[in-house]
Design a protein around this ligand. Structure first.
Ligand SMILES: Nc1nc2c(ncn2[C@@H]2O[C@H](COP(=O)(O)OP(=O)(O)OP(=O)(O)O)[C@@H](O)[C@H]2O)c(=O)[nH]1
Ligand SMILES: [Mg+2]
Length: 339
């Protein structure tokens, strides 16, 4: 168990811009270590400033190459950039972590660039939550832009794109990828389309296809632009950033406080649900409600009946839930709400 003083020390270093503390906190979030709730309680009020850009698309579409270019352009503007690369560990794309590292090494020595890979395997469906918390941490650290790169193959990976203010879907000319993107439902989440590898034959056709698709979609609101890029040659990256900026302006203009409020509630419900699950599993494992467990063990109570009894017996339930899943940090939990 991570002690309160250790968490305090890490947070103090985090606030002082210590990148090692940043890395440790992210690892704790990734591993769902004890004390993550306390950490997030402290980190959340410091977050809320960063623009979150999601980059998704087929394996090998050139996402990382593009991200590497985007970093360079954002750095020219003086912005601090963090990248969260979700390693899909899917059969489609082995070794993505190494690939990402290699393709983003241009910024290795830059203090204002932070690149982190997390695995989508092993997070047991908790990827969306871990990713959201890591984005909060990267945001709170003072990054102006947080880029999330993920392969648009699985539901889990796609779910992560909910975190993005602007979602960029990267397609490529070959293999009828435009059609594939549509099938994968990627087009529904796209705020900006990129046709990368524009140096290859068929790029114009894909662009036209995507533009038609956008045009046929309902006419109100934002129309995702289709940007041609050649990431390897740094072509089209300015246009892509412009499109992202325009989308950010659109979001600011059409900002709906009710949606923002719902998003907060949704996050709260997620946290509570996960926390209840975690506490219940741990407390029951640690010997809370032993009489109930004994009756289940002997077969006297079937698990369904037992679950209902637990729910309907407030005393037992409260005892189970009150078992702390972490040591609380004294003082300082509230600070100002993020606006
Ligand atoms: N011809 C051409 N090749 C490109 C372009 N952009 C990227 N590539 C190449 O495409 C390959 C895959 O690039 P990545 O940036 O790793 O693609 P990715 O989408 O991040 O791949 P995963 O993360 O594994 O899904 C590399 O060999 C790149 O050099 C481009 O504009 N034109
Ligand atoms: Mg990649």
């Amino acid at each position: 168990m991570t002690s309160t003083s250790r968490i305090e020390e890490l947070l103090t270093r985090f606030i002082a811009h210590d990148r090692i503390a940043l890395a440790r906190l992210i690892t704790m979030v990734e591993n769902r270590a004890d004390g993550v709730g306390v950490i997030m309680e402290r980190v959340y009020p410091m977050a809320g400033r960063a623009v979150v850009i999601g980059i998704t698309g087929a394996p090998g579409a050139g996402k990382s190459t593009l991200v590497n270019r985007l970093i360079a352009h954002l750095r020219q503007r003086g912005q601090r950039v963090a990248v969260l690369a979700i390693d899909p560990s899917s059969p489609f794309s082995g070794g993505a972590v190494l690939g990402d590292r290699v393709r983003m090494t241009d910024h290795y020595r830059d203090d204002a660039v932070y690149i982190r890979s997390v695995s989508s395997r092993g997070s047991h469906g908790g990827l969306s939550r871990a990713a959201r918390e890591i984005v909060h941490v990267l945001d709170a650290f003072g990054h102006d832009v947080v880029i999330i790169e993920t392969v648009g193959v699985g539901q889990t990976e796609l779910g992560v794109m909910d975190l993005a203010d602007t979602t960029v879907v990267v397609t490529v000319p070959e293999g009828g990828d435009g059609v594939q993107a549509m099938k994968a439902g990627l087009n529904e989440i796209a705020d900006v389309f990129v046709v990368n590898k524009a140096d290859r034959a068929g790029a114009d056709r894909i662009k036209a296809e995507l533009e038609l698709e956008v045009h046929l979609r309902n006419s109100a609101g934002w129309h995702p632009p289709v940007i041609m890029t050649e990431a390897t040659a740094d072509r089209g990256v300015d246009a892509l950033l412009e499109a992202i900026d325009r989308h950010a302006e659109y979001l600011a203009e059409t900002r709906d406080p009710a949606r923002l409020a719902e998003r907060r509630v949704h996050e709260f419900v997620d946290i509570v649900t996960a926390e209840i699950e975690r506490r219940t599993a741990r407390a029951l494992g640690d010997g809370a409600a032993p009489e109930l467990l004994d009756r289940i063990r002997t077969g006297e109570l079937n698990p369904y009946r037992a679950a209902r009894e637990l729910m309907e017996h407030p005393g037992t339930l409260v005892r189970v839930l009150a078992t702390p899943a972490h040591t609380p940090v004294p003082g300082d939990a509230r600070q100002q709400e993020r606006s």
